[in-house]
Write a protein that binds this ligand. Structure first.
Ligand code: HSE
Length: 398
């Protein structure tokens, strides 16, 4: 079977590498060899073995009847969306690692794939090499999924781990992450939580079978977390992690992306460095956790190749998956309940006047007060914190 790869960057080149290195095992599992016939990229890659496969026009792939499987690894919504849609309409199966595309256009591309008797798969779009999409779509379909809590961004998890172990400041750790190639030159999507937001939107869409709009998910990143916050976290025996969470509330879900203070006994507490993990609670399963390499060339490409094999085995069949285009109205995020850790320049008396019963945290930081509230809604916290002068920081307890 002939394969085309769109985008010869980190992931696309990883897919080509795996199809070479694991050629025999992939052929055995797919039922026949999978051979890369064309690679779409703007660049020429002179001197690279892939040079002779390069095409610059996606229509060269659309019009190639020999190609039945396509990998999209370009990133971003456009032109990936136009290209993928054209491939599906031409009767080609598509797998993508592109969470921006899946979060934005997933429901529509699934419908188009179904209408054309092909498959649109996206295992690599969440959690890199960790199997999470297929487990949710097949193994756990006997369950009502009541909670998904994920560390789904490797860059920020690396940064929070380093800030915790080394006591370093955010800016220094960001530079390190960039030098190691984890963080992009423009790290906004990772550090502001946008990447994690798209991933939890995808996972929530899959468990509710409807379109979850990532714009509806309140999203905070880690760029405001400081070494002083880590001192307080250490004092409380907790770790600060960027979590992407989704919880069933009645007939809908509430979702949020934010840094949280995790206790030592939380299953995600020990997920460190660039690793990802997704904790799932099903009404029958109870707790489950999927852990592993959530980013990077080969782990992510491994998930893409897994999809290629699945598509090769179902080349004449659309595998039904429920993700309707109709939008799900998420629960009101201001009604979510939390305990809040707060730092303020206000006095302890003022804190007690506003929040009544609190637990003060002494991390040896002068000129401010740190405290933990009782459990209350987000709205109650927002209202009360306005009454307090000089709130320096707020981080929710997980
Ligand atoms: N930038 C992402 C991360 C890549 O750091 O996790 C994987 O989606």
């Amino acid at each position: 079977m002939k394969v085309a790869v769109m985008g010869y960057g980190t992931i696309g080149s990883g897919v080509v590498e795996i199809l070479n290195v694991n050629k025999d095992v992939v052929a055995k599992r797919a039922g026949e060899p999978l051979e890369v016939k064309k690679v779409l990229d703007l660049r020429d890659f002179s001197g690279d073995p892939v040079e002779k496969l390069i095409v610059h026009d996606y229509m060269d792939i659309v019009n190639d009847d020999e190609i039945s499987l396509v990998v999209e690894a370009m990133g971003g919504v456009e032109p990936a969306y136009t290209f993928v849609k054209a491939m599906l309409e031409a009767g080609k199966h598509v797998t993508t690692s592109n969470k921006a595309l899946v979060a934005d256009k997933g429901a529509e591309l699934i419908r188009i794939a179904r209408e054309h008797g092909v498959n649109f798969m996206f295992e690599a779009s969440v959690g890199g090499g960790i199997p999470i999409i297929r487990p949710l779509l097949s193994c756990l379909t006997g369950d009502v999924i009541e909670e998904i809590t994920g560390i789904v961004n490797g860059t920020t998890n690396y940064m929070m781990t380093k800030m915790t172990t080394d006591g370093s400041e955010y800016e220094d750790v960001l530079k390190e992450a960039q030098a190691l190639g984890y963080a992009e030159k423009d790290p906004t999507a990772d550090v502001e939580g946008y990447d994690a937001c798209r991933k939890i939107a995808i996972l929530t869409s899959l468990v509710c079978g409807q379109q979850v709009d990532y714009n509806d998910i309140p999203t905070e990143g880690i760029s405001h977390i400081t070494a002083t916050d880590i001192k307080y976290a250490n004092k409380m025996g907790r770790a600060i992690k960027l979590l992407a969470r989704s919880e069933k509330v009645g007939e809908t879900y509430s979702a949020r992306v934010a840094p949280y203070l995790l206790p030592k006994d939380h299953p995600l507490y020990n997920v460190n460095d660039v690793f990802n993990a997704i904790f799932v609670h099903g009404n029958m399963l109870g707790d489950g956790m999927f852990y592993g390499s959530g980013a990077g060339k080969l782990p992510t490409a491994s998930a893409v190749v897994g999809d290629l094999v699945a598509m090769a085995k179902h080349v004449d069949k659309n595998i039904f998956l429920e993700w309707k285009e109709e939008k799900l109205e998420l629960a009101n995020p201001s009604q979510q309940n939390f305990k809040f850790f707060v730092r303020t320049k206000a006095s302890a008396q003022e804190v007690e006047k506003v929040f009544h019963k609190v637990e003060f945290v002494d991390a040896g930081v002068s000129g401010e007060v740190g405290f933990v509230t009782c459990e209350m809604t987000q709205k109650a916290y927002d209202d009360k914190s306005k009454e307090l002068s000089d709130v320096v920081q707020m981080i929710r307890f997980a």
